[in-house]
Design a protein around this ligand. Structure first.
Ligand SMILES: Cc1ncc(COP(=O)(O)O)c(C=O)c1O
Length: 453
């Protein structure tokens, strides 16, 4: 065994303090100390096994150590792994063509980048190129688009949503071009005076607020509207097709470029290749990342044929924007997904988990709402189902209790804590593994709330 790898596999828990003091972490929800993974399972330093419902920030669509994926990567490493962005390279040709094939008809040109925030900014650069006289951007309450200077201005983390400013709010003076407008969070609408069960009314009010902002609240024209088609970090908030179509129509009417941040929705998690396919609505620019490389770092934007594309003038350039290992991982992942009908699996097993959760909800005083499309599953935990008061400490206790029971849940939401438990496992999760997730969730709920589900 290579001595470097040997050091890693022989690392002991007792060694941690000596090393930890040299590290800085800028965010994330602390968890256990993970060492290795296989299929949908991970193992910690003590060798304890967990079923992973986070896919490690929703990135590992094929789970851990997929043998065919690993084989393709090993073969590619022996050919090349890093040629700079300026050189013409074959895996990038293959991947760009493949992406154009699987995404909607008019989305045909791809720019490869690296990192979520930088990729959103690449999308904004394309928008500016196409609307040079417009300097404002709109994003939605509860949206999350990364932590670069500019995307902090679009993400909920820089607002008072959590009760105090954090997540880069101090950088506000660098990021003033974003205006935020309300999103239709139906379960807890931002409007205090509305019928919380009337989703059409909430849609209508959000669309009205958007249009008013464009007409009366923007000094100079709006260049682009940036949004997630499904707000993931914000709490798995699913929007209606009617609302999404309304946004599309308003953007068309006011000549605003519609950017969908598809970093969490693309490549199959909804049971379709992308949200545009799911809803039958096409944005002007799609932003891709996370699962795109099955866990290997790679991001991209795809732009609509109606837009002028980015030029070879140094406007968007990254040393590691052309990583062939990541590109091969992406190509291989798409191949495997197509061959094994993984999208059908997402619909089938995702539906099975959703049905199981809805059955449990009937018996629970704390499952406020189950929000699920495919493997995009959120469970909003509440103190009281009538008042819908979020249960931040309960959600945190379920996450922690999950570690005891051998399951890793994600958490999300934009309030003064996180009340939404996330179940977003690798897309290869089988029905049996789906049953294991349900069983471990029920056990953890019993431990925390004493409810027998
Ligand atoms: C929708 C969305 N956009 C952007 C980002 C930022 O991506 P990254 O963490 O790769 O910078 C994230 C990350 O969670 C995300 O969920």
């Amino acid at each position: 065994m290579d001595p470097v790898i040997k050091k890693i596999v022989e690392f002991k828990k007792e060694d941690i303090p000596e090393y930890e003091k040299h590290l800085m972490l800028g965010g994330g929800t602390p968890g256990v100390n993970l060492v290795r993974g296989e299929n949908v399972y991970v193992y910690d330093l003590d060798g304890k096994k967990y079923i992973d419902c986070t896919s490690q920030s929703w990135a590992l669509h094929l789970g851990y150590a997929h043998p065919e994926l690993n084989q393709a990567i090993k073969e590619q490493i022996d050919i090349s792994h890093h040629f700079h962005t300026g050189f013409y390279t074959v895996p990038r040709y293959l991947l760009a063509k493949k992406i154009a094939e699987i995404f909607p008809e008019k989305m045909n040109r791809v720019l490869f980048t690296i990192g979520g925030g930088a990729t959103i900014e690449a999308a904004l650069k394309v928008a500016i190129l196409n609307r040079p006289k417009a300097h404002n951007f709109i994003s939605l309450y509860g949206g999350y688009h990364g932590t670069s200077f500019m995307t902090t201005g679009a993400s909920h983390t820089g607002t008072m949503a959590s009760g105090s400013y954090h997540g880069g709010a101090d950088l506000a003076h660098f990021i003033q071009n974003f205006i935020r407008v309300p999103a239709p969070y139906y379960y807890r609408p931002y409007f205090e005076t509305c019928d919380i069960d009337d989703r059409d009314e909430i849609d209508r009010r959000c669309l009205e607020a958007l249009e008013m902002q464009i007409k009366y609240g923007s000094t100079g024209p709006v260049c682009a509207l940036l949004m997630e088609p499904l707000q993931a970090s914000g709490g798995q908030v699913i929007f209606s097709k009617k609302y999404l179509q309304g946004v599309r129509d308003i953007c068309n009417k006011h000549n605003i470029i519609l950017i969908w941040d598809c970093i969490q929705t693309a490549f199959g998690r909804m049971g379709t290749w992308c949200a545009a396919e799911y809803y039958g609505i096409t944005p002007d620019i799609m932003v891709l990342g996370k699962s795109m490389g099955a866990g290997y770092p790679i991001n991209a934007i795809v732009i609509n044929d109606c837009l002028e594309g980015i030029k070879m003038n140094g406007i968007d350039l990254h040393t590691f924007g052309n990583n062939q290992v990541s590109q091969v991982a992406s190509l291989k992942m798409i191949d495997i997904m197509q061959r094994d009908n993984i999208l059908d699996n997402v619909k089938k097993v995702g539906g099975f988990i959703k049905d199981g959760l809805l059955e449990m909800q009937k018996k629970s005083a704390h499952i406020g709402e189950v929000r699920a499309i495919g493997f995009h599953i959120g469970i909003d935990l509440v103190k009281d189902r009538q008042t819908r008061e979020p249960d931040y400490s309960g959600c945190s206790a379920v996450r922690d209790g999950g570690f005891n029971n051998g399951i890793i849940f994600g958490v999300g939401g934009t309030g003064q804590g996180k009340s939404v438990l996330k179940i977003k496992p690798p897309l290869i999760t089988t029905k049996e593994q789906g049953a294991e997730i349900l069983e471990k969730f029920a056990k953890t709920m019993q431990d925390v709330y004493g409810e027998k589900l």
